[in-house]
Write a protein that binds this ligand. Structure first.
Ligand SMILES: Nc1ncnc2c1ncn2[C@@H]1O[C@H](COP(=O)(O)OP(=O)(O)OP(=O)(O)O)[C@@H](O)[C@H]1O
Ligand SMILES: [Mg+2]
Length: 600
């Protein structure tokens, strides 16, 4: 230690690898310590962190410690050619070829989709800035010093937080006498910001809009990404030790404002950006170690127009959904896991007239509506042990409680994220008492839905099921070679057959897998109901359907797909239909290019 504190001692960097989340770099002597004044060749090798510790001991009179560019890099920069923050590395394996590269952060991070011709699989490669050993140490030192400041940040937006942290880091580097080249600085700051205001090792995947799900099955297993275009693919991200993975899962729980522990090793939570997190901790419940699945939230939810564009539904079906929802038909969106039930529900609920009072009830927040008169409510898990009689922990608020409360708020529309148990009874009661209700349910077809509803644990009487007006069947299907989502059918619940006591249904729309088209049965009981309610003739009804189809076609033509813009047009139709129809007719009559953007 005596030697370290000597002013005469010159120090050379002999870094040690730290911060396991920082990827290994190609050998690149990027940072260099300037020799102390009065260097007499008395060199002592020590690590950057040791030197940093010694510097901290001498806080009263800090010694200048410079970290500079290696010569080649300096020359490179002098010639006006700036080094790239993140070079996209060459692919070394012969059997792997690049499919596409997507930028997730300008000049700094990328996603490369590769195809392995031997294994016949796609690979997801997250590319982040490479760090030299010394840069890794600078990252570590900055993080250690900034950790307290991060807790104190009261900035609300991410931009403000980034700005604050950059300023703090600038000041710290200055105090420590560390000079970094602009490129090295960006590389170092990337990791500091990524770990403090981003999603740490998952930052790249979390900023890629094509990622639907991220799942980590345990230690040493590559993280799998569910990609919009390529399906479930292996990534180059992997946790290589239990400690690192466990602390990552604890950190994920913390950023969701929740707690995960050995005593309570399972967690369901909503992440700050709205994504859904399911996590387990340790090897008690998941043998490969902690695991997590993140279902990504879309900031701009899919709109009816997106669903038409993806051919999930036809324009006519969407017009049908529009009219049904506007005139208060209750629906259940049924399908398998991740078939797009919630997405379809959320997109079509945009058609609820804007002034209606809506209450939604969910376990994790997924629904996202443009309506102002909307109370989004969430269930809450309780604290401590469950009561043996009620089966609930103190303070627990479940869907059943929320639904009961919702009924007293006199909503016109009730939405329940997903029905699974006792709450189904209240949802169907609500439908039976004239409140339009929507929910999703796990079942592959109408028969399976009825069967599940009538049996344990839901036990719904058949007569109550008839309060439902329609079932939208959603599925993930293969069209050609690609997996996509389709509404396989819209089935109307007509009523109970008085003789056989069977539920009568009408498949208003069905999907034809042979040619990927949708067929209309030619008759709709919902349209019939709407006609009676409005005193319309069949011609009036036809006219109304045609108008909705025209509005949707018009929006598609002029490229309106953003959630807010679609909501604005829908609301314009409710407010001043004739004016909007004029605009629609004009827009549709115009040649293609001229129409673009006209409605906005
Ligand atoms: N029609 C669609 N076209 C393309 N992608 C879709 C479509 N519908 C949903 N997705 C995507 O599929 C994923 C799963 O969607 P969603 O959460 O709606 O499914 P879900 O059936 O409600 O799942 P769960 O069974 O977990 O409730 C999301 O990432 C979503 O963006
Ligand atoms: Mg869902």
């Amino acid at each position: 230690m005596a030697e370290l504190e000597s002013e005469e001692t010159a120090v050379e960097i002999d870094g040690e690898i730290s911060g396991s989340e920082v990827p290994e770099a190609e050998p690149r002597p990027d940072i260099e310590e300037s020799k102390g004044k009065g260097d007499k060749g008395n060199k002592v090798k020590m690590s950057f962190s040791q030197r940093y510790a010694s510097r901290m001991l001498k806080l009263s009179k800090p010694k200048e410690m410079k970290i500079m560019l290696p010569k080649e890099q300096a020359m490179f920069e002098e010639k006006g050619k700036s080094l790239k923050i993140t070079p996209v590395p060459k692919i070394s394996e012969k059997n792997v070829r690049e499919i596409e590269v997507i930028t997730t952060l300008e000049d700094t991070s990328y996603v490369r989709i590769n195809y392995d011709t031997r294994a016949n699989e796609y690979l997801y490669e997250a590319i982040e800035p490479p760090l030299s050993e010394d840069e890794q140490n600078v990252v570590m030192v900055l993080k250690e010093n900034l950790v307290d400041s991060v807790k104190r940040i009261d900035a609300t937006s991410k931009k403000e937080k980034v700005e604050y942290l950059r300023n703090m880091a600038d000041a710290l580097l200055n105090d420590m006498g560390i000079r970094l080249t602009p490129v090295a600085k960006e590389r170092v700051y990337y990791y500091v910001l990524r770990d403090f205001v981003g999603y740490n090792a998952l930052e790249v995947a979390m900023s890629d809009p094509s990622v639907e799900d991220i799942s980590c099955d345990g230690m040493g297993v590559p993280i799998f990404i569910y990609h919009r275009k390529y399906g479930s693919i292996r990534s180059n991200l992997v946790f290589t030790n239990h400690r690192e993975l466990d602390s990552f899962v604890v950190w994920l729980a913390q950023i969701c404002g929740k707690h995960i522990s050995v005593a309570n090793p399972m967690l369901d939570a909503t992440m700050p950006d709205g994504s859904r997190l399911q996590a387990t901790l340790g090897t008690h419940v998941t043998k490969k170690g902690s695991s997590f699945t993140i279902r990504r939230f879309r900031e701009n939810p899919f709109t009816p127009l997106d669903l038409i564009k993806f051919k999930t539904m036809s324009t006519e079906m969407m017009a049908y959904m529009w009219i049904s929802i506007q005139y208060g038909s209750s629906a259940l969106v049924c399908g398998g896991t991740a078939s797009g039930k919630t997405t379809t529900l959320n997109a079509t609920l945009l058609f609820i007239p804007p002034q209606m009072k809506i209450v939604s009830i969910e376990d994790t927040r997924e629904l996202n509506l443009p309506h102002e008169n909307w109370i989004p409510s969430l269930t809450r898990s309780g604290f401590g042990a469950k009561n043996l009689i009620t089966g609930k922990a103190p303070g627990e608020v479940d869907m059943f409680d929320l639904l009961k409360a919702a009924m007293r708020q006199r909503p016109q529309y009730v939405m329940v994220g997903e029905v699974r148990g006792a709450e189904a009874y209240v949802v169907f009661q609500a439908m039976a008492t004239g409140k339009t209700s929507y929910s999703t349910f796990h079942a592959d077809d109408v028969q399976a839905m009825i069967h599940r509803m009538e049996n344990e644990p839901i036990n719904l009487p058949r007569a109550l099921i008839c309060a439902l007006n329609m079932v939208v069947l959603q599925a993930q299907v293969k069209v050609g070679t690609k997996m996509t989502r389709r509404v396989k059918g819209i089935h109307e619940i007509v009523g109970l057959d008085p003789e056989s006591n069977e539920i009568i249904t009408n498949a208003a729309y069905t999907w034809n897998p042979a040619d990927d088209t949708f067929n209309y049965s030619g008759h709709s009981y919902i349209y019939e109901k709407v006609m009676i309610a409005n005193n319309w003739t069949p011609r009036d009804m036809e006219h109304e359907v045609k108008r909705r189809v025209e509005i949707l076609t018009y929006m598609r033509k002029v490229g309106i797909t953003a959630y807010k813009d679609v909501a604005r047009i829908v609301s314009a139709y409710y407010d001043h239909p004739e004016e909007l129809m004029e605009e629609v007719k004009e827009g549709l009559a115009r040649p293609d290019e001229a129409g673009a953007g006209a409605a906005l």
